[in-house]
Every structure is written in C-alpha cells, then in structure tokens.
Design a protein around this ligand. Structure first.
Ligand code: NI
Length: 143
C-alpha cells in the first residue's frame, strides 16, 4: 500500500490492491446502500471495521456489554446441549439468549452479554470452536 498526504486538507491518498470480484461486489453493495462516490463508501467501510473491532484492542479488563450472534446447523450432534452448557459456565456474563429457527438447516442464537473483554473473548472462542457453527459475530461496546 502506498500513500501520500496532503497536509492542507488532511486527506491522504492511498493506492491498494484487491481482487477484481471483491471490488465488483463492493461497488454493487455500496450503490445499493446509496453511495455514488467510491471513496466515500470506502471511508464508511473503514469506519465500520474500526468500530466493530475496536473493543479487541483495548484493555482485557475493560467492561462493557454486547451481543454474540451464532449461526449453526441444528443437525450437528449435541450442538444445542454443548452451546447451553457453555453459556451455563459463563452465567456471570450471559444476561439472556434468544433462539430463532431460520429454516431446516439453520439456527440463529443471539446471546446478550455483559462483563469484561477477557471473559467475552473466552466465551466467544468456546462457542466458535463447536462443530456445526457456521459463523459467529461479536458486537461489543466498551463503556
Ligand atoms: Ni433452531
């Protein structure tokens, strides 16, 4: 990645490399969102990335609250029992959970959590390592 700065405006110009199909998808989605300027869309994407992951760079003892979203295959042997037992082991940070049966092969479990960054990371990792988990998203706000 190269960059050059224009100190007058505070704007930095960069040049990046990315796969053509990734750029095509990005342009398609950003147009659908309403962006007509690619630079503005990329700025919004970078801000969202920072906001989504900033909690990971703070102190492990920082406290906050958030949501863990799990998408999984309900046909995987013992998965529901395993997920429930893990949440029991972290009862001090799990405040509630909701389950949606999306279709024959997909369940979404939304787990509200409150506590320190270290515990939230541990819980998310324990949940993620189960067979049958298709994706996990953590949205956490440090307070
Ligand atoms: Ni279900």
């Amino acid at each position: 990645m190269k960059n050059s700065s224009n100190s007058k405006s505070g704007v930095v110009r960069i040049s990046i490399s990315l796969p053509a199909d990734l750029l095509t998808s990005f342009d398609r989605v950003s147009r659908r969102v309403g962006f007509t300027d690619r630079s503005k869309a990329i700025q919004a994407a970078i801000r969202a990335f920072i906001s989504e992951n900033e909690w990971l760079s703070g102190s492990e003892s920082s406290k906050g609250a958030g949501l863990i979203e799990l998408l999984y295959d309900p046909h995987t042997r013992n998965i529901e029992k395993a997920l429930t037992l893990i949440q029991h082991n972290y009862y001090h940070i799990v405040t509630s959970s909701t389950h949606i049966h999306l279709d024959d092969d997909n369940c979404l479990e939304a787990i509200l959590v409150r506590g320190d960054v270290r515990s939230i990371k541990k819980l998310a990792n324990k949940l993620a390592e189960n067979k049958g988990i298709k994706s996990i998203k953590v949205n956490f706000q440090v307070i």
